[in-house]
Design a protein around this ligand. Structure first.
Ligand code: PLP
Length: 405
């Protein structure tokens, strides 16, 4: 099908809640994608971080095929073998926290919010961070400290207040006798790759202990392996009570999980929370294959080796003549802060076969596959440099005021 026909079909039948680029992908393999025109792309933002192992990892694909012929889904009032096996793998890599499965990051955060209230009732308030992103369901937009995600949906879920990231006093000011939890991303992704400082997270742990609050890490983007450890909390050495994860958890399948320390998890008794699809056999089979592949292919070593190399390589473009103000990196989360709006640059990169993202108007974002090769990263950075060079020529010496999209 031609892209114009596909666009027509979408405008006729698909609700237009996304800004879509007129490119339709038909095939993926590792860090490569191909569109309907047969054009090849190097994908440094695969599925917004979903394709942690790249597109269509053969072991994941095989597990999905095999499982789909055996059993796809049974309801959660019965057992299925794959759910138990995947939970054991996750749990083993997360200091034996217990696992609840659902289907998206927002859903995992909803579960975390419900569990926090349930475990600390009648306390109900949750302190989250300004500029955070926790998803698009009601609890999740209420937790998200960005008014634009809440606009038009009033009244949002009550009980959320927003503190400044990396400012312990600001969090403390938001806590009162009704507070049950503190929730944050260890590295804010959507807001432009803003890592928490270790001292901040250590301080939050202490504060939570003093006030008997639950510390919730939204690791939808930072786990598994994105920061060079199975979980972001291990990268920081700070133990949260509840963790949520999704995106790359199951090789591209719609899967998510909430993890909780056993004594906290105990509050979720039968009847308190549920998901029809949660922990279905096919997603769990994909997850099991994916986590095995991440281990076998030593993707964390890859992140930890190529990360510092990226600092050096990208450090070279942090200069006014390139229009780059700063590079922020945590593991394989990379933010390149531009001095000008990045939308045209992203389009130019795409036209030259490179897929990256731009968030908050001026921050280029990359979440490369965890198993990407140095050659592919080098190729991507080279294309980016050429596009940056063109962009700077285009904008000339005029430094536009940063805008948000
Ligand atoms: C993507 C993301 C979410 C939302 O996940 P969905 O699967 O889109 O619901 C929540 N939190 C963080 C940190 C994310 O990056």
């Amino acid at each position: 099908m031609k892209i114009s026909d596909i666009q027509d079909q979408f405008s006729e039948h698909v609700i237009a809640n996304y800004n879509r680029t007129p490119v339709c992908f038909v095939r993926g393999e590792g860090s490569r994608l191909w569109d309907t025109e047969g054009r090849e792309y190097l994908d440094l933002f695969p599925g917004w971080g979903v394709a942690g192992l790249g597109h269509c990892h053969p072991k994941v694909a095989e597990a999905i095929c095999k499982q789909s012929k055996k059993l796809i889904h049974v309801a959660n009032n019965f057992y299925n073998e794959e759910q138990g096996a995947f939970a054991e793998i996750i749990s083993t890599h997360a200091d034996n926290r217990k696992v609840y499965f659902c289907n998206s990051g927002a859903e995992a955060n909803e579960a975390a919010i419900k569990l926090a209230r349930l475990a600390r009732q009648p306390r109900y308030k949750i302190v989250t961070m300004m500029e955070s992103f926790h998803g698009r369901t009601f609890g999740a937009i209420s937790a998200t400290g960005q008014p634009e995600y809440q606009a038009g949906f009033s009244p949002i879920v009550p009980g959320f207040s927003y503190a400044r990231m990396n400012d312990l006093a600001s969090v403390a000011e938001n806590i009162d006798q009704d507070t049950c939890a503190i929730m944050l991303e260890p590295v804010q992704g959507e807001s432009g790759v803003i890592p928490a400082t270790p001292e901040f997270l250590q301080g939050l742990r202490k504060l939570a202990d003093e006030k008997n609050l639950l510390l919730i890490f939204d690791e939808v983007q930072t786990a598994p392996c994105r920061l060079g450890k199975w979980f972001g909390y291990q990268y920081y050495g700070v133990q949260p009570d509840i963790i949520t994860t999704a995106k790359a958890i199951a090789g591209g399948m719609p899967m998510a999980a909430m993890l909780a320390k056993p004594e906290v998890a105990a509050a979720l008794k039968p009847g308190t929370h549920a998901s029809t699809f949660g922990g279905h056999s096919i997603g769990c089979a994909a997850g099991i294959a994916g986590w095995k592949a991440m281990e076998e292919e030593k993707v964390m070593d890859n992140v930890n080796t190529l990360g510092p190399w990226l600092d050096e390589r990208l450090g070279a473009i942090v200069k006014p003549v390139m229009g780059v103000k700063a590079v922020r990196r945590a593991g394989f989360m990379i933010g390149i802060v531009l001095e000008f709006p990045g939308a045209d640059l992203v389009a130019d990169c795409r036209n030259h076969g490179l897929l990256i993202n731009c968030t908050h108007g001026t921050v280029l974002r990359m979440l490369p596959a965890l198993n990407i090769s140095k050659e592919d990263l080098e190729k991507g950075v080279t294309i980016l440099e050429e596009c940056l060079d063109r962009a700077v020529r285009r904008t000339g010496s005029v430094r536009l005021t940063p805008v948000r999209d």
